[in-house]
Design a binder for this molecule. Structure first.
Ligand code: GAR
Length: 192
């Protein structure tokens, strides 16, 4: 397998992006994080991009939904896109340009608690409201519907009766940080 270049798209603090950056810098792989993209000029992920000396790409919705976005990624030689807390729906042209090569992480056991508006603590609050006994993470391919693409991996964790929103968020984040980079690496290796 030749060299593989990935772009990470993130809208927020970027703790998962940071794990991916560290993993692919320090692990013997042929994968490089070549680009960090965000729709949010205040996103914490931009600090991580700087720390790892990776050029950031800050874009607005018009650019994201235009053919220029695909052109920009292709010009950078990007092979895979990894969504790490990225909240916009991926447009058709981007999906077809990177068919089966866009990976997302979602903080619930899909198909439960997915869909538009289901992100971050909205997910965990809904899980608590419904008195679920467990929650977890789903890593999946991206298609043109929120959180509906083919599932690649799930991990679950029990919820204790006394767990607060923060406790659930933390438990899920532990799973994300434990598994995401390895699953991304395996999938890329498997697909060649
Ligand atoms: C993560 O929990 C991720 O699963 C979630 O956003 C968080 C980003 O955290 N993604 C979604 O909710 C997608 N619908 P981070 O910025 O610390 O990586």
């Amino acid at each position: 397998m030749g060299h593989v270049r990935i772009a990470i798209l993130a809208s927020g603090s970027g703790s998962n992006a940071l794990k991916l950056l560290a993993h692919f810098k320090h692990t013997e792989t042929n994968v490089t994080v070549a680009l960090i993209g965000t729709n949010n000029p205040a996103a914490g992920v931009l600090n991580h991009a700087k720390a790892y000396n990776i050029k950031p790409f800050i874009f607005d919705k018009t650019t994201f939904n235009s053919p220029d976005f695909v052109k920009r990624l292709k010009a950078d030689g990007i092979d895979w896109i990894v969504l790490a807390g990225f909240l916009w729906l991926i447009p058709e042209n981007l999906i077809s340009a990177f068919e089966n090569k866009i990976i997302n992480i979602h903080p619930s056991l899909l198909p439960k608690y997915g869909g538009k508006g289901m992100y971050g603590n909205h997910v965990h609050q809904a899980v608590l409201n419904n008195q679920e006994l467990k929650t977890g993470i789903t890593i999946h391919l991206v298609n043109n519907e929120y959180d509906k693409g083919a599932q690649l991996f799930q991990a679950a964790v029990a919820i204790a009766e006394e767990d607060t929103l923060e406790a659930v968020q933390k438990k899920v984040q532990v799973l994300e940080h434990q598994y995401f980079a390895g699953v991304v690496e395996s999938l890329i290796a498997f697909c060649g």
